[in-house]
Ligand binder design. Structure first.
Ligand code: ADP
Ligand code: MG
Ligand code: MG
Length: 887
């Protein structure tokens, strides 16, 4: 295969092969935008290298050919002593992983070519600055030398000069630094800095390949659910120089505000600087609007290019650019990361501009983003009354409260103990990732909206305030000082508002988001702000497109009513076990302790009216919509006292022990199970304890009859859990039908009630063709189906070893979070096919927690289920994803 593509040969649709950066550099090149020439080595070459430890055959020759072409185009050779071509070697994967992998600038410099560069540019200082950057970056990235050693040497040089600005170092200082840096390399890398430009290039390419597996990149991918085996492409790009003086510089920009979606000029610019200086927060940047004054021609051209890019990509883009002595160069673009609110606003703005249609607008937002918008935020009145420490930049929205911590390690440690923490740093770098993951929010005192902290937090949906410059953060002493001398020590609680940028001392109470109030029906979309209106428009279209229905898992009339307001079209799972808790425990105990049929009947008779009232309430809340009621599922001993506690109580009481306690203890011992999850529960209870299921069915039937009498439209569906064989289902179905017929006789009301089953055991899925003979509907209980298919006990394994499994790539995400398509999903497919073959009008749904997981919703759409059911709060997310799945 072709392993190297010139920028003129690629395009934006080749992201798998060329990575996002390479594909978009090619796209910009072909749009005629000013991109320095270069070429891209494919992800395929990287995968080969990582697997075999050597470059694929033919790659060296292809690189030779493309390098020669680049040299011809530029009219100079790589590292040519009197006039060197310099290149950057840049990582760039399919999915953007900001700052996670490596890039080396200024490849091609050595002791001879540095003089050539100085002569060509007429600038000694610039040439030595470029050279010291090369030795530093190459030493750290390619040769694995601790980066702090270089930073410390740089600091020392500035100190000796009595300055804290890089730009105050002159050519001689920088020449001295190059010597020091080379010495550091020699001591710590066990080799000299390579002077042969081609060797530099080859080593850098391999280092970029290898950086795919750097620990922080691995962690980031896991966090962002990016597959581990994609590999990175490598871009070799002719250097352009932003460090050639004050008429040069480098910057980053968004075509719209990534926090709100508003159109305009958003970005940062830094004069006389190269590459990473802007994002690293090393020197203070100026807002991009300043460029209009500094270099009006480049500014105007930049605005034109930004418009071209927006129209071309039909989306908000972010860009990196450099100005070399008044000439603008584009170094990167991509469809920009944005906050959830901006995603909804931008989708509707682009719709209004006619750049995209309604389907596309729905496709442009995600259920995860919608979920973020439903997070609570600070109560404005309470916030007003709180002590405002400072206001920074609103980098990533949300409200976060926690204890201030000052290092990634502490954040991980305290979060591991279950505490909420806010990670406070001067600025973050990729090594802080673990702490950012662990923290509720991130606060930095330096860096703008394009800083590492801001970009990464936005990507994770984590609240972030950055660039709070008034704060004096002392990481070593683990404290920060705010204006007015207020000092916050590690462990003190602060509240940060990523929507406004405000930082408060202490805990500020939070309130519902307006999006939730809109879903609740408490806020008319017409009266809402731009965001609420955007959500409303997108949801309307998603609902219109969805084929998959959305129901809710709800056990109480209140939950049912809320789910309905959130747009649920019925209940997919009403659990009945909570109806046996509280005061009713005594009745359950009576049932379990019953020694005669009479005693048992008495206990059941006492439970029945209570259950009937519960069902009436829920059927009323969901009037006109289906309500799937699951008969009791958990093992009965869950309703009894704890074995040890009771045994101790009886033993302590000795001869005076309550006889009832003794009997209870006996029962608890008798019912004790080694593996309750696989024990006497579900349909097995119905078969072993006479009258239990019948009582529940009677309660349902009577509740429905009463609803009819009251003019309602009840639609109960009776669901039998944990069936593994059709014979089990037939037995309880026949009993249930008998009960329904009796109630019909008694009340004179014909209550239609479907009888169906959960599919949550592999055997049920594999014999679904038979089970469908006795079931009018299936509901996939994917929590249990995942447990029983993998043989994982969810309560035990997640904490025990899922971390290790994720690391090893056994799965990319917990199968309890996202449905495992290959295993559990295969069983679902089989059951759908064979069930429908037996009974074409079989109703099919899912009621595991997967019903609210975006990826799993798409799976349910694909296999042709009729509905998903999820917790009330996830209903809007599932509706949106059901619409997206249909587009
Ligand atoms: P990242 O993926 O971390 O953004 P990049 O490959 O984009 O890394 O490069 C890091 C920095 O170096 C960026 O600011 C980029 O604009 C700059 N840079 C990369 N290549 C060149 C080049 N050929 N000329 C000038 N600056 C460059
Ligand atoms: Mg970049
Ligand atoms: Mg179950």
């Amino acid at each position: 295969p072709k392993l190297v593509y010139d920028f003129t040969e690629g395009n934006k649709d080749l992201r798998d092969l060329l990575g996002g950066k390479g594909a978009n550099l090619a796209e910009m090149t072909n749009l005629g935008l000013p991109v320095p020439p270069g070429f891209t080595i494919t992800t395929e070459a990287c995968r080969y290298y990582l697997e075999h430890g050597e470059l694929p055959g033919g790659l060296a020759e292809e690189i030779d050919r493309h390098l020669s072409a680049l040299e011809r185009a530029m009219g100079k050779r790589l590292g040519q002593p009197d006039d060197p071509l310099l290149v950057s070697v840049r990582s760039g994967a399919r999915f953007s992983m900001p700052g996670m992998m490596e890039t080396v600038l200024n490849i091609g410099l050595n002791d001879e070519s540095v003089a050539g560069l100085a002569a060509q540019a007429g600038d000694e200082r610039f040439a030595w600055d470029s050279y010291r950057r090369l030795v530093q970056m190459f030493g750290k990235t390619v040769l694995g030398v601790d980066g702090d050693l270089f930073e410390d040497a740089l600091e020392a040089a500035k100190k000796a000069k009595g300055t804290d600005q890089d730009t105050d170092l002159d050519a001689a200082d920088l020449r001295g630094l190059v010597g020091t840096f080379k010495q550091i390399v020699r001591e710590h890398a066990g080799r000299d800095f390579p002077t042969d430009p081609r060797e530099q290039l080859d080593l850098a390419i391999k280092a970029v390949f290898t950086s795919w597996n750097a620990p922080r990149a691995v962690l980031y991918r896991r966090q962002e659910r990016i597959p581990a085996d994609l590999g990175t492409a490598v871009n070799v790009v002719a250097m352009v120089f932003g460090n050639m003086g004050m008429d040069s510089g480098t910057g980053v920009a968004f075509t719209r505000d990534p926090a709100t979606g508003r159109q305009g000029v958003y970005g940062d610019y830094l004069q006389n600087a190269q590459g990473e200086d802007v994002v690293a927060g090393i020197r203070n940047t100026v807002p991009l609007t300043e460029l209009e004054r500094l270099d009006p021609r480049s500014y105007a051209e930049l605005l034109r290019i930004m418009e071209t890019l927006e129209n071309h990509y039909r989306d908000m883009c972010d860009i990196e650019f450099t100005i070399e002595r008044g000439k603008l160069w584009m170094l990167q673009t991509r469809v920009g990361k944005r906050t959830a609110a901006a995603a909804f606003r931008i989708a509707c703005q682009l719709l209004d501009q006619g750049l995209i249609d309604e389907d596309e607008a729905v496709a442009r937002v995600t259920g995860d983003q919608l979920a973020q918008l439903m997070f609570p935020r600070f109560d404005a009145a309470q916030a007003d009354g709180s002590k405002l420490l400072t206001t920074g930049m609103n980098a990533s929205p949300g409200a976060a409260v926690g204890k201030a911590v000052f290092s990634s390690e502490r954040a991980v440690e305290l979060a591991g103990q279950g505490q909420d923490v806010i990670l406070v740093r001067r600025e973050t770098n990729p090594d802080d990732l673990a702490g950012m993951v662990a923290a509720r929010g991130v606060l930095t005192s330096r860096g703008g909206k394009t800083s590492h902290a801001a970009v990464v937090a936005r990507g994770m949906g984590k609240t972030c305030v950055c660039g709070a410059e008034e704060l004096d953060v002392d990481v070593r002493a683990a404290r920060f000082t705010a204006p007015g001398g207020v000092t916050v020590q590690e462990g003190e609680t602060i509240s940060i508002d990523g929507t406004t940028g405000r930082v408060y001392l202490g805990e500020v109470p939070v309130e519902d988001s307006p999006v939730v109030r809109y879903f609740e029906g408490a806020l008319d979309p017409g009266e809402g702000d731009e965001l609420v209106q955007a959500v409303h428009r997108i949801m309307r279209h998603a609902d219109a497109r969805a084929r998959l229905g959305v129901r809710a898992n709800a056990d109480t009339p209140e939950d049912a009513a809320r789910a309905r307001r959130f747009g649920a079209r019925g209940i997919g799972l009403c659990r009945t076990e909570h109806m046996f808790l509280g005061d009713r425990r005594r009745l359950v105990e009576q049932l379990i302790l019953a020694e005669t049929d009479d005693e048992r009947r008495t206990a059941l008779a006492a439970l029945e009216p209570l259950q009937r009232a519960d069902f009436e309430g829920i059927l009323e809340a969901m009037d006109g919509l289906p309500v799937t009621i699951r008969l009791i599922d958990p093992p009965l001993h869950e309703f009894l006292p704890d074995l040890t506690e009771l045994a101790v109580k009886v033993a302590l009481a000795g001869g005076d022990a309550d006889p009832r306690d003794r009997k209870l203890l006996e029962a608890v011992r008798r019912l004790h199970e080694q593996n309750p999850m696989l024990g006497l529960r579900g349909v097995r209870l119905g078969l072993v304890i006479p009258g239990l299921f019948a009582m529940q069915v009677r309660a349902i039937a009577h509740a429905a009859a009463r609803r009819v009498a009251a003019g309602g439209d009840p639609r109960p569906e009776i669901m039998i859990p944990l069936v593994g064989a059709v014979q089990e289902l037939e037995a309880v179905r026949d009993e249930a039908r008998g009960v329904l017929a009796e109630v019909r006789e008694e009340t004179g009301v014909d209550v239609p009630a479907l009888i169906g089953t959960m599919i949550e055991l592999p055997r049920a899925a594999l014999t679904a063709g038979q089970i469908a003979e006795a079931a009018e509907f299936f509901s996939f209980g994917t929590n249990d189906l995942t447990q029983t298919t993998w043989g994982f006990s969810r309560d035990d394994v997640e904490a025990a070893f899922f971390g290790r499994y994720l690391e090893l790539g056994v799965f990319g995400v917990s199968p309890f979070e996202t449905l495992d398509r290959e295993g559990v999903g295969r069983l679902v497919r089989i059951a759908v096919e064979e069930g429908r073959a037996t009974r074409p009008d079989l109703k099919l749904g899912i009621c595991g927690e997967h019903g609210g997981d975006p990826e799993s919703v798409h799976f349910c759409h694909e296999v042709g289920l009729d509905y998903v059911s999820c917790s009330p709060f996830r209903v809007p997310v599932a509706r949106l994803e059901a619409g997206r799945a249909a587009i």
